[in-house]
Ligand binder design. Structure first.
Ligand code: ZN
Length: 355
């Protein structure tokens, strides 16, 4: 584990072709029942191994046991009817058929704790586990029971807190909440979004993170980004609130995006997980490109609070592309780490990676 600039991925990795159709988001499973459980755990082990070989410091599960980063969690809750589906507009961007909340939401048992224990057994390195954030959860549902986005978010935050406490007890070092909705619903973020997130992390002793991004590299997202103009200032709304919040780490998109770098300064004092790898392109970054992105943020985040990462999940990419991007991330972070520690910089050619 690198003490300075520890690297991690945001969350998802592509799944093996025997588990789900590759290069497709939310691809249906190819296995069922106990074979599916075994298959997803095998894939989780492979994902951990790929990260280790690439030189990633903080290891994730690659979201190999979930079909979708939000709905897989919701599937395990009571009060949600998956047969009763309605089409809603997700993040004001694209239509999706989603399940309906028909009663009080409940969590009878843990959703990911057994998977987290499998990941914990794979490595002595720190591990990170991602959960959906409350606001992003309610944006992926049709509510016919609470009649209030805020009220439902609060209920979800309570259930997420129960899950997070069990993940912490299973040995997870960082629990991350994915809140891409924070880049869209600014009034809600201000009025109750950050408070709901703080409810979700209440009482946790492990580190906590929130990931806010411009989404996977799918067409609906790239079309949306094309409408945002030459400067993407959405983070300006949430960062000052998060800077004052109980969340320890903010994960953001930077490499190849139009986010003005100085906005990262709004988080001063927090740890920042900076996206130094673009997930919307198959082009593999060079270690020097990764290093340049990391150097570029150093005026706005203290070096001991900088965590190099990817812009978002890599689920829709080809496996070899995701692997090569992880190698580039680790090598690029290595270049800047050596510059900061004052030793002679090595060439950033990925030396040391063993893929
Ligand atoms: Zn993301």
């Amino acid at each position: 584990m690198s003490a300075l600039l520890p690297t991690s991925i945001v969350g998802s990795l592509p799944k093996p072709a025997w588990l789900a159709e590759p290069e497709k988001l939310w691809s249906p499973w190819k296995l069922q029942g106990t074979e599916l459980t075994e298959g997803t755990r095998d894939a989780l082990r492979l994902a951990a191994d790929d990260q280790r070989r690439a030189g990633i410091d903080i290891v994730s599960d690659g979201e190999q046991t979930r079909q979708h980063f939000v709905t897989t969690f919701i599937e395990h809750l009571g009060g949600v009817d998956f047969e009763r589906r309605e089409t809603v507009r997700i993040r004001d961007r694209y239509d999706a058929s989603v399940p309906t909340v028909v009663g009080a939401v409940t969590r009878e048992r843990s959703v990911f704790v057994d998977d987290a224990k499998v990941l914990r057994a794979q490595t002595d390195q720190p591990i990170k586990w991602a959960l959906p954030g409350p606001m992003t959860m309610i944006d992926t549902l049709s509510d016919q029971h609470y009649g209030s986005r805020e009220k439902l978010a609060w209920e979800f935050a309570t259930l997420l807190n129960q899950e997070a406490r069990e993940l912490e007890a299973a040995g997870v070092d960082i629990i991350q909440f994915d809140e891409p909705a924070f880049n869209v619903f600014f009034d809600d973020v201000r009025e109750w979004g950050v408070a709901a997130l703080e409810r979700a992390v209440e009482g946790l002793r492990c580190e906590t993170a929130v990931h806010i991004c411009y989404g996977y590299g799918i067409k609906a997202n790239t079309d949306w980004k094309a409408t945002l103009g030459s400067e993407w200032r959405q983070y300006e709304e949430s960062f000052p609130l998060l800077q004052r919040s109980a969340i320890d780490i903010v994960s953001l998109e930077r490499h190849g995006s139009r986010v003005p770098v100085e906005l990262i300064g709004l988080l001063r004092g927090k740890k920042v997980m900076v996206g130094a790898v673009d997930v919307a392109s198959d082009a593999i970054e060079t270690p020097d490109e990764v290093a340049a992105t990391l150097r570029g943020v150093l005026p706005f985040v203290d070096a001991d609070k900088l965590l190099p990462s990817t812009n978002c999940g890599m689920a829709p990419l080809a496996r070899h592309v995701a692997r090569d991007k992880m190698v580039a991330l680790a090598a690029g972070a290595g270049i800047v780490r050596e510059e900061l520690s004052g030793t002679s910089p090595l060439r950033g050619d990925g030396t040391g990676a063993v893929l």
